[in-house]
Design a protein around this ligand. Structure first.
Ligand code: PLP
Length: 357
């Protein structure tokens, strides 16, 4: 089966096989990872290896903490302002789709939010150019979403926010391509697209941003407290961290970020090339902002949506229904989707167009 789910997404099969092999007895300890104390030497080694691999893959410079937290990316919509907005009381948000809109809305509970730019007038089909952003030099940070999972727009450039720290929700594209971490103050993402199972949220935060938490910030969500306790101020999501470590090991063995980017560009090209040549299917996103991870598309005749989904399912291609706010279809093609999956989808789309176009 080719699973085009936007998340939780498919994990690499060798990772799942290794996890299955180690399920009842991890490395001769007689324990499942789920049964280990998070303070025991076995889990501490699993945690340390996962962090080291993530640091290596993303080339995270010294001066940044890596935190494994709970609460997901929606939790981070509150946790980020709770920790950072206190520096000046205000923050800039660039709204490029449903997810960054949600982030901005949540942040307004904790500080003054300035919408520096929004793509809403264009139905979120393009990322506003930075020359049109109205940034506030007094903002505590500028928040972006690097890949809008629902609308299918992705930054293929890194904004320059000067001295104001750049904060990015990278839930749906982290670990899919190289990034220059030094250009960000903070990066966060739920694991469940490219990094592992749901339940663990990765936060990469520059040291100087720690220590500004608002007094109302819950201690479990205080970055400084978590950093001082190696993400173990509360019980961390141990099993999810273990799988994240296995995924990182797998990605490293496959060539790391450069190889992932090459694989993802090649896959997306197959689908976008077809969409651009088709008179029956279309993608509405500006070419330079198209996502390599989530490809929304519409049929010329929406009354055939259900027929399309059923035909795809019968051929082993599942979870292609678009998000309700966009409609149509969406193919999510994260790291674990092989190019054969995208080729099979395009093959079916061609057949469908011939029959119904
Ligand atoms: N941000 C982005 C870009 C997402 O794609 C998602 C989920 O799909 C979220 C935030 C919300 O993540 P969670 O459900 O882990 O809170």
């Amino acid at each position: 089966v080719f699973n085009f789910s936007p998340g939780p997404a498919t994990l690499p099969e060798p990772v799942l096989r290794q996890a299955a092999d180690e399920m009842l007895d991890w490395h001769g300890t007689g324990m499942s990872v789920m049964e280990m104390s998070h303070r025991g030497k076995e889990f501490i080694s699993i945690h340390a290896e996962a962090e080291a691999l993530l640091r290596e893959l993303l080339d995270i410079p010294p001066g940044y903490k890596v935190l494994f937290m709970q609460g997901g990316a929606i939790g981070e919509n509150a946790i980020v302002p709770l920790n950072l907005v206190g520096a000046t009381g205000k923050a800039d948000y660039v709204v490029t789709g449903d997810w960054s809109k949600k982030s901005a809305k949540e942040a307004a509970t904790y500080g003054k939010v300035n919408i520096a730019a929004t793509g809403e007038a264009g139905k979120f089909t393009a990322i506003p150019k930075q020359s049109d952003w109205k940034l506030d030099p007094g903002a505590a940070y500028v928040h972006i979403c690097s890949n809008e999972t629902i609308g299918g727009v992705q930054y293929h450039w890194t904004p320059d926010t000067g001295k104001v720290p750049l904060v990015a929700d990278m839930s749906s594209d982290i670990l899919s391509r190289p990034i220059d971490v030094s250009k960000y103050g903070l990066i966060y993402g739920g694991a469940q697209k490219n990094m592992g199972p749901s339940g663990v949220t990765v936060v990469i935060v520059r040291d100087d941003l720690l220590g500004h938490a608002l007094p109302v910030c819950p201690s479990a969500f205080n970055y400084k407290l978590q950093a001082e306790n190696d993400s173990m101020y509360n019980t961390p999501p141990t099993y999810a961290i273990y799988i994240l470590g296995l995924v990182c090991k797998y990605v490293k063995e496959r060539g790391g970020m450069a190889a992932m980017a090459e694989h993802n560009v090649a896959k997306a090209k197959v689908l976008y090339d077809f969409l651009d040549s088709s008179s029956y299917f279309r993608n509405s996103v500006a070419k330079e902002d198209r996502s390599l991870m989530n490809v929304p598309f519409h049929l010329k005749d929406p009354s055939k949506d259900e027929t399309f989904l059923q035909g795809a399912q019968a051929r082993g291609m599942i979870q292609l229904k678009g998000h309700r706010s966009v409609g149509g279809m969406r193919a999510s093609i994260y790291n674990a989707m092989p190019i054969e999956g995208v080729q099979a989808l395009v093959h079916f789309m061609k057949e469908f167009e011939k029959e119904h176009g």
